[in-house]
Design a protein around this ligand. Structure first.
Ligand SMILES: *Cc1c(COP(=O)(O)O)cnc(C)c1O
Length: 395
């Protein structure tokens, strides 16, 4: 039955992904099940999305209840879930204003527009520049793509939005050499995800923050993958004590229901996007916001951050032991439950074998195995994953 669906999908869906040959049907906790009923241990979580695991009863019930009440109105009216979700997002981020979107890329678009408008209101100019980072990933829409530091993703779609320059993450001189009076924003992921699991270093972030303060440049931190508790703090920048002017979030924010957001300080909120400047039909709708509202409550009641601190340290320790044990395992990088294992060879074959043995893993670049389990993962699950992974690495 799986083969038929796969063949049909390859006829009907635009081939923009090389998919693994599996059709998942349902999930429970940290496990997925395919159409044949085979069980898989999930270390991808829908790419850092399903933080609370599958089939969380409180989450499912909250959504079912909201479906029966109201799914959509429009941003011309107020709705309770949007108010409650925004209030909680402000509490956990310390930022002041929230705009809900449907995706991470859409959040990046909004962040870029807010930064350009902020600069425009200061000097009326329309040639402001943005500094982004090499090897970054911010999404596939034109604005988000324009600040994505991977030529392979951009080239065929040129021209980009323009006036974007790329510096090197953790190389402050490379940032300094690009800054000028036209610079309106510096954009980076606090931990680069797709680009290979590179955390921004504390000194670098602090230096960039200081530079931004001195020159009234907006610091935009993309927390779409590394945020929502994945590194052990709600947002990765919180471990450094460096606050962005604008932050983007998505992925785990709705734990599967499509929702993202960009948030900003009151100062930016008062001096950038105003009525009529920006909008979205679905963004902030009651169903999606009920998901985010419930997710944020469940993070608190289920002590997700404390759990990630413990299980993340355990995962890191175990992966470090693989670096010690195998010559072809070069390095472990990452924070919390966002980890990468760097091999001296392509990892694709290992990932395919792992899937056959019931373990879901993905890569980040050719040579890096990426670990993004649901945040409720236990030490026992991690041990189980390692047994399968080692068997695949040795095969
Ligand atoms: C996934 C991702 C995005 C894009 O989010 P979408 O919801 O896929 O548009 C942007 N930035 C980072 C860091 C991401 O990991």
């Amino acid at each position: 039955m799986m083969e038929e669906y796969i063949a049909q999908a390859e006829q009907d869906l635009l081939h923009t992904y090389n998919r693994y040959p599996v059709v998942f049907e349902r999930g429970e906790g940290v496990h997925l099940y395919d159409l044949d009923g085979k069980e898989y241990l999930d270390f991808v979580a829908g790419i850092a999305v399903f933080a609370l695991g599958y089939g969380n009863e409180a989450y499912n019930n909250a959504l079912k209840e909201q479906i029966d009440k109201l799914i959509h109105t429009s941003n011309y009216y107020y709705n309770v879930p949007a108010v409650e979700a925004a209030k909680r997002l402000k509490q956990v981020s310390g930022l002041d204003r929230v705009f809900f979107t449907n995706s991470g890329a859409e959040a990046m678009e909004g962040a870029i527009k807010a930064a350009r408008k902020y600069a425009y209101l200061k000097d009326g100019a329309t040639d402001h520049e943005i500094i982004a980072m090499e090897h970054s990933f911010h999404g596939r829409t034109m604005g988000a793509l324009s600040v994505t530091g991977n030529k392979k993703y951009r080239e065929a779609f040129e021209p980009m939005i323009g006036n974007v320059k790329f510096a090197k993450l953790n190389d402050f001189d490379s940032v300094m050499s690009l800054v000028n009076d036209k610079t309106c924003a510096i954009i980076m992921e606090t931990v680069q995800g797709e680009g290979g699991i590179y955390p921004a270093e504390e000194d670098f972030l602090k230096a960039v923050r200081k530079l931004c303060d001195e020159k009234d440049i907006l610091l935009i931190l993309d927390e779409i993958q590394c945020g929502m508790g994945r590194t052990g703090t709600m947002f990765a920048w919180q471990r450094y004590g460096v606050k962005p002017d604008i932050m983007t979030t998505a992925k785990a924010l709705g734990c599967g229901v499509p929702i993202g957001a960009f948030l900003m300080t009151e100062k930016v909120g008062q001096n950038s996007l105003a009525a009529g400047d920006h909008g979205t039909t679905y963004g902030g709708n009651p169903l999606a916001c009920k998901a985010a509202w419930t997710v944020l409550d469940l993070y608190e009641s289920q002590h997700i951050l404390e759990h990630v601190q413990k299980s993340g340290a355990y995962l890191a320790k175990k992966l470090d032991s693989l670096v010690d044990k195998y010559d072809f395992v070069l390095e472990r990088r990452g924070l919390g439950l966002l980890q990468g294992l760097v091999l001296d060879k392509p990892v694709n074959e290992i990932l395919t074998k792992a899937l056959e043995k019931g373990l879901v893993l993905i890569n980040a670049g050719t040579n890096i195995i990426r670990f993004l389990p649901p945040l409720i993962i236990t030490e026992q699950d991690i041990d189980e994953m390692l047994v399968i992974l080692e068997a695949c690495m040795n095969a």
